[in-house]
Design a protein around this ligand. Structure first.
Ligand SMILES: NC(=O)c1ccc[n+]([C@@H]2O[C@H](COP(=O)([O-])OP(=O)(O)OC[C@H]3O[C@@H](n4cnc5c(N)ncnc54)[C@H](OP(=O)(O)O)[C@@H]3O)[C@@H](O)[C@H]2O)c1
Length: 243
């Protein structure tokens, strides 16, 4: 058997990614808080594919539980994919530090806590892959979401260093930077159709990039060029804009 560990498995992107990996013959550990809510999903996947799906409880903010969480996986995974994230409310986070901290800790600190443990194991085994979903929001700070964006930027920088560290151990580290994706997180937002991906598209991009040993991807791919342009705008001009 060959397990992939998916963290934040209740997310729409994570579920689509789970289907993508199972379609290609992998077994799954699906990890989430209140993981029993995934029982229906797991049953459906098992019936269709006859593969093994195990549900495991994790709270990314409960750092002290992460070592035991990983130690308790009977068979260590071939790779880990994190879809954990919390957009939060920017305006609230500007004046209520507990909201800011929740955004930072969910998108960054918690993932670091868990990935440090998994990275040590993969480094010793000299195999494995580590994938995390960051965001284009981390490429440049904007007034509408800079606390979330800065947490995602920190995550992308962490992954870059981890990639550099694990290169000699032949462990792949893939940073995924989605633009807009139609999920629970963006429900009710008025998103431009041409720039908005479906979770299934993101899942296919993740699978393809992981199999091809890529380092960083944008999804939809056009976001690489959108962000290139956005990053080129000089700061004196950017600070006056509302984009
Ligand atoms: N949708 C977009 O436009 C977009 C764009 C760029 C990047 N992203 C990133 O893509 C990833 C997936 O997002 P999504 O759009 O599918 O939204 P989502 O459904 O809100 O996914 C986020 C997942 O993180 C989980 N999570 C939050 N706090 C957690 C905690 N303390 N412990 C464990 N799990 C926790 C949530 O679990 P619960 O279900 O229990 O709340 C949820 O399943 C996130 O990292 C997000 O930041 C999304």
């Amino acid at each position: 058997m060959s397990y992939i560990l998916i963290i934040g498995a209740k997310s729409d992107i994570a579920k689509a990614t789970a289907r993508e990996y199972i379609k290609h013959g992998y077994d799954l550990y699906l990890a989430a808080r209140d993981v029993n809510e995934l029982e229906e999903f797991a049953k459906d996947v098992i019936t269709r594919t006859q593969k093994t799906v195990k549900l495991v409880e994790i709270d990314i903010l409960n750092y002290d539980s992460h070592q035991a969480f990983y130690d308790n996986l009977e068979e260590k995974p071939l790779g880990v994919i994190s879809a954990v994230g919390y957009l939060g409310v920017q305006e609230k986070a500007q004046s209520d530090f507990s909201e800011a901290k929740k955004i930072i800790d969910t998108n960054f600190t918690g993932v670091v806590s868990l990935f440090n443990i998994i990275a040590d194991d993969f480094e010793k085994r000299r195999s494995g892959f580590i994938v995390a979903i960051s965001s284009v929001a981390g490429d440049r700070g904007r007034k509408s979401n800079y606390i979330y964006g800065s947490a995602k930027a920190a995550l992308a920088t962490y992954l870059s260093g981890l990639r550099n560290r694990l290169y000699d151990a032949q462990v792949q580290v893939l940073t995924v930077k989605p633009g807009f994706v139609a999920t629970k997180m963006t429900e009710g937002m008025d998103l431009p159709e041409k720039l908005t991906a479906q979770p299934e598209e993101v899942a296919e991009d993740i699978y393809r990039a992981q199999q091809k040993d890529k380092n960083v991807i944008y999804t939809k791919w056009i976001w690489r060029y959108v962000m290139m342009v956005i990053k080129m705008i000089p700061e004196w001009k950017f600070k006056k804009m509302s984009i």
